[in-house]
Design a protein around this ligand. Structure first.
Ligand SMILES: Cc1cc2nc3c(=O)[nH]c(=O)nc-3n(C[C@H](O)[C@H](O)[C@H](O)COP(=O)(O)O)c2cc1C
Length: 217
């Protein structure tokens, strides 16, 4: 996997993402990418959705715990941590989830999945209640990044805000009313090695104001 990651880094380097001038590492032809000099950024830039997993290889319990710890390390509004994570490693439950979430067909190959959920009893009140979505999104991304760092493969499959999927997942997992499933993340050992996508687009960045026109103020 280290070799594969180096190859991916080379590809990303060629795409000129975050070039640092004057690198003397000798491996990147004189300019190295930000991620090449920082393992955290390397992990962020090389993560990609993995939808195929090695059959029969299960994820050890201590590894699952690391994924959960990473998820719970995410920032949350007013530090409310309004979440619950449901770990599923029972084949019959995984199959039932696949039946209610056709967008998560890869569950058929995965030996486990984690459903990231919001807990409305821990959410903020009033308009701020909706921050639970951002909080659980941040946790879900942390989970994906941790999986990648551990040479696992994972993919975010959307549950919330599809009311049909929320209801289906809630029924399968027998969730109480205050628990809202947000994302279903199948996890396994990758059976494929896709190139990370280059999403850097300077045209999607605005500095200071959208326009200089005073009329918009
Ligand atoms: C909110 C959200 C919902 C997603 N839902 C699905 C899904 O239902 N099925 C799926 O295969 N991938 C799903 N994805 C993964 C995206 O397709 C994937 O992140 C995107 O194509 C970018 O590719 P990358 O993750 O490899 O960078 C979802 C991602 C997000 C953030």
């Amino acid at each position: 996997m280290v070799r594969l990651r180096s190859a991916m880094l080379g590809a990303v380097c060629a795409l000129s993402v975050g070039i640092i001038a004057g690198c003397s590492c000798g491996d990147c032809g004189g300019g190295s990418t930000v991620q090449q000099v920082n393992p955290v950024l390397d992990n962020i830039m090389t993560r990609t959705s993995i939808r195929q997993y090695q059959p029969g290889r299960t994820v050890p319990a201590d590894t699952v715990e690391i994924l959960l710890k990473a998820a719970m390390a995410a920032p949350t509004a007013v530090n409310r941590q309004p979440w619950t994570f449901v770990v599923i490693d029972d084949r019959s439950v995984l199959d039932s989830l696949m039946a209610v979430c056709p967008n998560a067909r890869m569950l058929g190959q995965a030996s486990m999945a984690i459903v990231t959920c919001g807990d409305m009893e821990r959410a903020l009140e009033g308009e701020a209640r909706e921050f639970w979505v951002e909080d659980v999104y941040a946790a879900t991304e942390n989970l994906l990044l941790a999986a990648h760092a551990l040479d696992l493969g994972a993919v975010w499959t959307g549950v919330y805000p599809s009311s049909e999927r929320v209801l289906g997942v809630r029924r399968v997992l027998r969730l109480p009313e205050n628990i809202v499933p947000l994302a279903l993340v199948p996890v396994g050992y990758p059976a494929v090695d896709p190139e990370p996508k280059d999403k850097w687009d300077p045209d999607k960045v605005v500095y200071n104001r959208w326009t200089d026109s005073v009329e918009t103020e």
